[in-house]
Design a protein around this ligand. Structure first.
Ligand SMILES: [Ca+2]
Length: 484
């Protein structure tokens, strides 16, 4: 089931080459360059290619317009560090060991950059890393320490800390451009170009500090969901605009928007908090969009526009006032979905759109596939290459497995661990091991009847058959993925 014909052909071809053996190195012109662009916490509902009601991201959208847009792209654990570990390894959290943000990534394990290096690619990692251990598998790395900061950031360049004057999104882009410009032109390259934005605490570039000031950003449809239809672990998750974000805003006030809510309370206070949040989020995204546009222009002027695969995605989704929340972690659509667009004029038809389910475990195998490197059998994702080439492999996944682990004692966003499956209509979720035995709960969401995910129907007898089927799928997936 894991091996597709196109895939098999490349494996047979590559087995004749053999990793690590002496072999003629093909020229840079034969193999594509790869640029993997990732933002942090960029919700797909805040990318205008997916939803233009609140966001305008023309440069990000253009990557998809000139290539392929994935309508159903998901993360497997909606959190920063785990998502990055999954990108590198092509494995779910339980296999790469990065369950939460506090784990230290085991950089000794197999990663796709190491495999590319061994196959003659030059590799670089620039921007947000967030994995605690030093990057491995990169010829060059220059990364933010931890979350990094927006203004005058420190970057760690190959182990050396240096402070840079300016705005982080501009600086990361400058560094990415500098590296590509100075590359060894006899070899193909792979660059991870990772923005800090739009992660908290949102500090816009000074020139955009007042952008959107005189407008009210529209509210999402489920903004005033009181969550009475959901189970207690969801109701208890502390990622509500009020009071949770307000507390955070007070704690980090100096770094966030400087306005004061004064005497506002109730709905007015919540609306105020939402406007503060969404405007700062939009402001930092304007800088991302412009800088990605600048980088894409650079690729063209450098003659790299045609033979470079450019992937744009985010590490996880995000609540932008959806369900009255901020942050991510939950398996709700806003947190689970991530943007994914891929441009490669030499291999992807412009204007392509797919509904095929993609997951962040797929990125490593996809990149290896395009680079002509055989995909290790222990990678759990599947190459998206056939889909990008307009083919849907037989047996392509129709449901996804999700698992969020982080222990719920974090100061601001206390969300219980849970796992579940999602198909094209239903989502079955099990919340477990939380604040007490009362918090162990199952949820079934019927996204066709309830697209805003307001009501748990797990106890509705009409869904008995659906629950039975999905529980079976859950057992099958957990066994296939070797979860326990
Ligand atoms: Ca993130």
């Amino acid at each position: 089931m894991r091996v597709y014909p196109i895939f098999l052909a490349s494996i047979v071809f590559l087995s004749n080459i053999g990793l690590g053996e002496d072999r003629p190195v093909r020229g840079a012109q034969d193999r594509p360059n790869i640029v993997y662009i990732m933002t942090d916490d960029h919700a797909s509902q805040m990318m205008s290619a997916y939803d233009d009601s609140r966001a305008s991201t023309p440069n990000l959208d253009r990557i998809g317009e000139e290539g392929m847009l994935f309508r159903n792209s998901f993360c497997s654990n909606s959190l920063c560090a785990p998502s990055r570990a999954t990108l590198l390894t092509g494995k779910y959290s339980h296999k790469n060991g990065q369950l939460g943000n506090r784990d230290v990534f085991d950089g000794g394990q197999q990663t796709f950059p190491k495999l590319l290096q061994a196959a003659g690619y030059q590799t670089a990692m620039i921007g947000k890393w967030h994995l605690k251990s030093d990057p491995t598998g990169f010829d060059y790395w220059n990364v933010l320490p931890g979350q990094g900061v927006y203004v005058n950031p420190v970057l760690i360049e190959m182990g050396e800390r240096k402070t840079h004057e300016g705005y982080v999104t501009d600086i990361i882009t400058d560094k990415a451009i500098d590296w590509v410009r100075a590359r060894d032109k006899s070899k193909p390259f792979m660059l991870c170009y990772h923005h800090k934005a739009p992660h908290a605490q949102w500090v816009p570039d000074e020139k955009y500090d007042r952008l959107f000031e005189d407008e009210d950003v529209p509210y999402p449809e489920n903004y005033n969901d009181d969550e009475s239809g959901r189970v207690s672990p969801v109701q208890g998750a502390t990622n509500q605009l009020t009071p949770d974000m307000l507390k955070r805003w007070k704690a980090f006030g100096a770094k966030m928007n400087k306005e004061d809510p004064g005497e506002l309370e109730g709905q007015a206070l919540k609306d105020w908090m939402y406007q503060q949040y969404v405007k700062d989020y939009k402001r930092v995204m304007v800088s991302v969009d412009e800088n990605v546009g600048r980088f894409m222009e650079f690729l063209k002027t450098e003659g790299l526009g045609e033979n470079t695969i450019v992937i744009y995605t985010a590490d996880n989704g995000m609540f932008i006032g959806d369900h009255g929340r901020f942050d991510k972690r939950l398996m709700d659509e806003e947190s689970l979905r991530i943007p994914l667009v891929v441009r490669y004029p030499n291999g992807i038809k412009a204007g392509s759109v797919t509904d095929a389910y993609s997951l962040n475990v797929d990125y490593a195998p996809t990149i290896l596939d395009y680079a002509g490197v055989s995909i290790p059998g222990d990678m759990q994702g599947h190459s998206l290459r056939p889909i990008l080439e307009g083919k849907r492999p037989k047996g392509w996944r129709k449901l996804i497995y999700y698992h969020y682990y982080e222990h719920p004692d974090f100061q601001f966003q206390d969300v219980p661990p849970h796992y579940g499956v999602r198909d094209d209509r239903y989502k079955l979720i099990h919340y477990y091991k939380t604040r007490g035995i009362d918090d162990d709960a199952w949820e079934l969401l019927d996204m066709k009847k309830d697209p805003q995910e307001l009501t748990n129907v797990y106890d509705n007898p009409e869904y008995k058959g659906v629950i039975k089927r999905l529980k079976k799928e859950l057992v099958r997936l957990r066994s296939e993925l070797d979860v326990e």
